[in-house]
Design a protein around this ligand. Structure first.
Ligand SMILES: *Cc1c(COP(=O)(O)O)cnc(C)c1O
Length: 388
């Protein structure tokens, strides 16, 4: 059976990326590798829309998050973290684990933080050194308006704006320089279309100053070392050579498609899929849906295990279940990375087949038709991935 991955990490890897990674290994202290690294460094700046350095680390996204925690602060510093899902919660736990004074903005799952909550936290904690935001909260499929939040942080404080962009970079609009973001992290297995194992961290001049001042104990994830090597298109330790070569191929595709076209494609896929889900009577979980992953409420009487089995065993489709308190209550479909309009139709068809298999009542074909019609109406070609 043909298998199709619709999970918000890992995401499908394009064939041309896999082929590049299958080539014989090269040594990392060599002119060939340095050329690759130079291209990757330049294209990462394009990806984040920044003129600032973006460092590449050999770890998953969480390691990238950890590098900011240990490199930007000193023990006892106050950091505000928005916690509205599994990943916001992870930031908050991490900040505490490193002995920082964590101030939490609690947001119900499926909702975005409100401006007033942020302002209140900034007023009550004027000493805060940073605000951590999750642009796309993958566990709930919720978007945070980081552009507005970053503006408010800068208007009302001198705190750094640190963004978890793991399920949004390469999918949703991010203008690192223009929006005044200070640190933004992503991982390889999401919008970047490569297997897991790399994290990327963009840093503003203010963040780089903070890295120089930080007195936190650190070694492997020391961004001072990473920045120094990055400036010479090098890495402090043995890099994940194969994955970086994969990133080179994937970033070339991203360049070719154009970052704004990529953002538009994700919007377009998300809105078409939502139309299909609504057409079969399903409800979205999030009040502020992100365009990289759609969280759907499992209808009453549909058991997650049965639905998932029908999707996977009978249709070869892997989606993600709910996390935390929402395990068994929601499921999540990714359209993050290498997806086009026909993928959404295939996924919707499989969701319909699985719903039918578990005895959920709906008009057969209504979802597929709605996805297809939404894509046809948009009719602007952006839901097709164009590259040579
Ligand atoms: C996937 C993800 C992460 C990082 O997870 P890793 O498993 O460490 O790669 C962090 N934040 C968000 C929002 C994510 O979706």
């Amino acid at each position: 059976m043909k298998k199709r991955l619709f999970t918000p990490g890992p995401t499908p890897v394009p064939e041309q990326v896999m082929l590049r990674m299958a080539e014989p290994l090269i040594h990392h202290r060599s002119p060939e590798f340095r050329e690759v690294m130079a291209r990757v460094n330049a294209n990462l700046r394009y990806l984040f829309q920044t003129s600032q350095p973006v460092v590449t680390l050999a770890c998953s996204g969480t390691g990238g998050m950890e590098s900011t925690c240990v490199s930007l602060f000193s023990p006892g510093d106050t950091v505000i973290a928005v916690n509205g899902g599994k990943f916001g919660e992870r930031w908050a736990q991490m900040v505490r684990a490193f002995g920082l004074n964590e101030v939490e903005i609690r947001v119900p799952w499926g909702e975005a933080p409100r401006e007033e909550q942020l302002l209140q936290a900034l007023r009550s904690h004027p000493q805060a050194r940073a605000v951590y935001l999750t642009q796309s909260e993958t566990s709930t499929g919720t978007l945070t308006d980081v552009k507005t939040m970053a503006r408010l942080v800068h208007e009302h404080s001198s705190a750094l704006v640190c963004v978890d962009g793991v399920s949004s970079i390469g999918a949703l609009e991010m203008r690192f320089d223009e929006w005044g973001i200070d640190a933004c992290v992503t991982g390889s297995q999401k919008g970047l279309m490569i297997p897991p194992g790399l994290a990327f961290v963009a840093l503003s001049p203010r963040a780089i100053e903070a890295v120089a001042r930080s007195s936190m104990p650190r070694f492997y994830f020391d961004l001072r070392r990473a920045l120094k090597s990055q400036a010479a298109d090098d890495t402090p330790w043995t890099p994940a050579i194969t994955l970086i070569i994969g990133a080179d191929a994937a970033l070339a595709m991203i360049r070719q498609e154009g970052i704004e076209n990529i953002w538009a494609r994700h919007e377009s896929l998300a809105s078409a899929l939502r139309a299909g889900l609504r057409a079969v009577g399903l409800r979205l979980f999030s009040q502020a849906p992100t365009a990289s992953v759609t969280a759907v409420v499992l209808p009453a009487g549909v058991a997650w295990a049965d639905f998932n089995r029908a999707l996977k065993a009978d249709n070869g489709i892997t989606v993600a279940g709910g996390q935390g308190d929402f395990a068994g209550k929601i499921f999540r479909i990714s359209h993050l990375g290498y997806y086009d309009a026909l993928d959404m139709i295939a996924c919707m068809a499989a969701v319909e087949r699985a719903l039918a298999a578990v005895g959920y009542g709906f008009v057969a074909g209504a979802g597929v038709r709605a996805v297809h019609e939404a894509m046809m109406q948009q009719n602007n070609g952006i839901a097709t991935i164009k590259h040579s």
